[in-house]
Design a binder for this molecule. Structure first.
Ligand code: TTP
Ligand code: MG
Length: 342
């Protein structure tokens, strides 16, 4: 079972949380210059027809009394980390897809609740209690349906999709993630206005007229979702070694570090995103240092090189008692299960 959690008007919600005097007023976050665009507007501002990507000059015209704020990524990233940490505790596996949204495998989490609605409410409550931020949640056996569902009753809504085909049928074709403005116009020109219209089309007609992407979208319209959840099983792999004698011999320490990295690499069958090292000096002061990779990868040369660089950058030339290497933020692509539902 998959939940898609999406925070409500995220940038604005963070701003209002830290400036309570903005509550209830239209708030617009974006580049403040006249040529910029709106990053997001809160629901009060959306009533004035101000949305993400609206030019700021137009937004000022439509909502002259709005509170216009510059983008403060530091603040949003701090709040995002808090939210994702809460979700990580809840989910068996989790895939964060942007600063304010994530897919959660909640197959195990839901077992302690009487209904999916109760489980979703518990997720919302936990986020609100700890961050004072609200979100919307969609739950389904498919990622796509969960994503569309989280948007269905925004803000603050919960939508459970038990029958994906039935849920999608009346929705406009543009609701399918991946159908942008141009594709939407093409589908509409072919008489496909809703997802249900696509479901009804003959498969061979779809192949001829809409190609591979069309076939994929028709599968979704039929309730079939082939997408994957990036799954983490173990949280990290690490190896440490207490030296037989304390030593400040850099080359010797590097040799031990590399062999630890090789063993960690053997231990993990997954890609990793974060590499850490640990150094404990003979006075028992301990430092850990880590580095995040731009993408998850399972590469021994990258692991050894990064561990080596981290060590050389941080080693203080004092006698060392213990060193260690760790990889974390592991992930592996697995097929999301479509059964065990209903
Ligand atoms: P969204 O989740 O798309 O939007 P939102 O959280 O502001 O509003 P809601 O989910 O309630 O509809 O995007 C998350 C954040 O990403 C958003 O707060 C600001 C940023 N963003 C941009 O900077 N530019 C954009 O075009 C969009 C869509 C979002
Ligand atoms: Mg959002």
């Amino acid at each position: 079972m998959i939940a898609h959690v999406d925070m409500d008007c995220f940038f604005c919600a963070c701003e209002v949380k830290h400036n309570p005097e903005f509550a209830g007023k239209p708030v617009i976050v974006g580049s403040t210059g006249s040529r910029g665009v709106v990053s997001t507007a809160n629901y009060e501002a959306r009533q004035f027809n101000v949305f993400s990507a609206t030019p700021i000059s137009i937004a000022r015209h439509r909502c002259p009394d709005g509170i216009f704020l510059p983008v403060d990524y530091g603040l949003y990233s701090q709040e995002s980390k808090r939210v994702m940490g809460i979700l990580e505790d809840i989910a068996d596996d989790m895939q964060q897809v942007s600063v304010d949204e994530a897919y959660l495998d909640i197959s195990r989490f839901i077992k302690t609740f009487n209904s999916l609605e109760d489980a979703a409410q518990a997720i919302k409550d936990r986020i609100y209690e700890r961050t004072k931020l609200t979100c919307s949640i969609g739950i389904s056996h498919s990622k796509v349906a969960a994503k569309i569902a989280s948007d269905y009753r925004k803000p603050g809504g919960i939508t459970i999709v038990r029958d994906m085909k039935e849920f999608l049928a009346p929705l406009p074709i543009g609701k399918i993630p991946g159908i942008g403005k141009v594709s939407k116009q093409r589908y509409q020109s072919l008489g496909i206005l809703t997802i249900g219209d696509l479901a009804k089309k003959d498969r061979f007609w779809v192949i001829d007229n809409l190609g591979k992407a069309g076939v994929h979208f028709q599968d979704l319209a039929w309730g079939i979702d082939h997408s994957h959840l990036e799954r983490r099983t173990t949280k990290s792999h690490s190896r440490e070694h207490t030296l037989q004698q304390d030593t400040a011999d850099t080359d010797g320490l590097l040799k031990v570090l590399i062999s630890l990295a090789e063993r960690v690499h053997k231990d993990t069958q997954q890609s990793f995103r974060v590499i850490s090292i640990k150094i404990r000096y003979n006075d028992f002061t301990t430092i850990t240092r880590d580095r995040s990779l731009s993408a998850p990868i399972r590469s021994l040369p990258l692991l050894t090189e990064t561990a080596r660089a981290l060590f050389l950058e941080n080693y203080e030339q004092k006698p060392v008692r213990l060193i260690g290497v760790k990889v974390s933020n592991l992930c592996r692509e697995v097929q999301s299960t479509l059964d065990s539902f209903r």
